[in-house]
Each structure stands twice: as structure tokens, then as C-alpha cells.
Write a protein that binds this ligand. Structure first.
Ligand code: ADP
Ligand code: MG
Length: 275
């Protein structure tokens, strides 16, 4: 399809949901790869010590490689710890190593500890306005959060402009969302008034089950315009891709999962930002 217009200012997305296994990492890497395929310049920040996003994007993340940890704890400039994804043009990645697990504790005594990631992202010379920076400007930053509401996720919420919340079309889909949204309200009130929940993405949708349809309509009733029209289908190809160090966008580009992520990326890029 045609390339997408680039946003005037870099859009920083926080991909968060404190529940594990709802599709945060899968959605981060595939939306990122899809946006890049659509002509956008994208930076993924892996903020989960597990480093699953790094794995899926074929980025080395053994202990000792330059990583998000260095940016958060040691003030390493983000542009120095970011590496190019070898398989997707226009996509850069700041990998996470297991060291990041310690950051949660090491940062406790640091001044302005919840603002570290914001400082790192806004200090990146390619983050900002297209007009001022030019063609190399990063259009989208996607932060893949760990499954908790600790100091790492808090750093992401302070750093971001928008949130993307993946919701798995399963029993208890909305469980825990109240707590997440309370945290978002707290962050808005005290730390980052600009943060908006712009994007809800329904993942692992099984069109054959009444349960999935029920969950999807409940989510739409609850969140309205914030929910993307595209649901991501449950698909073995999506779940296989990371074991080949790939996103489904390169592993099986014509598969329903890849096409859905492409459509979701298009929606994100063209959607007016809701508050
Ligand atoms: P989180 O980052 O929220 O913990 P993941 O993105 O790692 O969640 O997804 C959890 C598991 O579900 C992974 O094994 C992943 O491969 C699988 N998965 C995610 N999305 C899909 C999908 N659309 N179809 C099938 N499996 C999926
Ligand atoms: Mg994850």
C-alpha cells in the first residue's frame, strides 16, 4: 500500500498492561515493524528485563551489551545504545538485558528516578519535530513494558505521550485494567499531564468463539473510540515467529496476523489522537 504521512512530532507510545501474556511484546514488535514497512522511522525501547522484544527483533541482549539499563542507570545516551534491527529497514532497537531487573532497585535512591527514561528519550537528537530534525527524525518510539506497575513501567508512563494497551480476548480480559487506569490518572495528575490512553488493541482474537466476540464488544463498550477497529487474530504464525528471531511481519508477511498488524499500524498512524 501507499506510504503513510509522518507525524510532525515524534509520537512516544507506552505499551503497557500489568498482566503478563496479553500480547504487549508481540504487539510492540509487530506494530513497530509494520510502521517501519510503511515508511516510518521507529525506535523500540525494550523495558522488560526478559528481553523478549529484543529477541523477536533479532537483537543481541546477553548480559554486557549496551542496553536500556545503561540509559536508565548510567546516563548512556539513547542513540549510543540503540542498534539497527538487521531485518527491518528503518527500525532501531534499544535492547534489554537481565541487568534491567536490578534497575528497579538501583534507581530507588536516585533523584527524579521516575523521569529517567523521559530524559533519555527526549535527549535523543532524532526525537522531536520533523521540520527541525529532517528526514532522519524518529517518527515513533514504542516502549515495551514489563508485566508490572513498578518503577520501570512508571518511567515509561512518564516518558510517553500515548498508551497502547493490548487486551487479550479471553476470560478476565478487563481484570486489572482499573488498577492500570488509576496508575495512569496518578501519573497524569503528578508527573505527565500529557499522557493519553489513545490506543486499545484486542489481541489473540478467535473469531470462532462467542467468548472472544463477547469480550471484544465489552471492551468496545467500555473504551469506545480508543479501541482499534482491527483485532489481532490468534494465530500460530504470530507465536512461532519469535523462535526464529523474527516478527510475523518478516516471518510470514501474507499471514492474517501480519496483515492485521499492518492494518493496526495504519490505524494508529492515521487516527486523530484521543484524550
Ligand atoms: P506479554 O508481552 O504481554 O507478556 P506476549 O506478547 O509475550 O505477551 O504474548 C504472550 C504469548 O502469547 C507469547 O507466547 C506469544 O507468542 C503469544 N501470542 C501473542 N499474540 C498472539 C497471537 N495473535 N496469536 C497467537 N499467539 C500469540
Ligand atoms: Mg512481554
Amino acid at each position: 500500500g501507499p506510504a503513510l504521512p509522518r507525524p510532525r512530532e515524534t509520537r512516544v507510545f507506552v505499551v503497557a498492561n500489568q498482566k503478563g501474556g496479553v500480547g504487549k511484546t508481540t504487539s510492540t514488535v509487530n506494530v513497530a515493524a509494520a510502521l517501519a514497512q510503511l515508511g516510518q522511522k521507529v525506535l523500540v525501547v525494550d523495558l522488560d528485563p526478559q528481553g523478549n522484544a529484543s529477541t523477536a527483533l533479532n537483537i543481541e541482549h546477553r548480559r554486557g551489551v549496551a542496553s536500556t539499563y545503561d540509559a536508565l542507570v548510567d546516563d548512556a545516551p539513547l542513540e549510543e545504545v540503540a542498534v539497527a534491527c538487521p531485518d527491518v529497514a528503518g527500525l532501531m532497537v534499544v535492547p534489554a538485558t537481565i541487568d534491567l531487573a536490578g534497575a528497579e532497585i538501583e534507581l530507588v535512591s536516585v533523584v527524579a528516578r521516575e523521569g529517567r527514561l523521559r530524559k533519555a528519550i527526549h535527549g535523543h537528537p532524532l526525537v522531536g519535530s520533523l521540520e527541525e530534525i529532517g528526514d532522519e527524525r524518529i517518527d515513533y518510539v514504542l516502549i515495551d513494558c514489563p508485566p508490572s506497575l513498578g518503577l520501570l513501567t512508571l518511567n515509561a508512563l512518564v516518558a510517553g505521550d500515548e498508551m497502547m494497551i493490548p487486551i487479550q480476548a479471553e476470560y478476565y480480559a478487563l481484570e486489572g485494567l482499573g488498577q492500570l487506569l488509576e496508575t495512569v490518572d496518578m501519573v497524569r495528575k503528578h508527573l505527565n499531564p500529557e499522557l493519553s490512553v489513545s490506543t486499545i488493541l484486542i489481541t489473540m482474537y478467535d473469531a470462532r468463539t462467542r467468548l472472544a466476540a463477547g469480550v471484544a464488544s465489552e471492551v468496545r463498550e467500555h473504551f469506545g473510540e480508543q479501541v482499534l477497529r482491527t483485532n489481532i487474530p490468534r494465530s500460530v504464525r504470530v507465536s512461532e515467529a519469535p523462535s526464529y528471531a523474527q516478527t510475523v511481519m518478516t516471518y510470514d508477511p501474507g499471514s492474517p496476523g501480519a496483515l492485521s498488524y499492518l492494518e493496526a499500524a495504519r490505524e494508529i498512524a492515521t487516527k486523530a489522537v484521543a484524550v
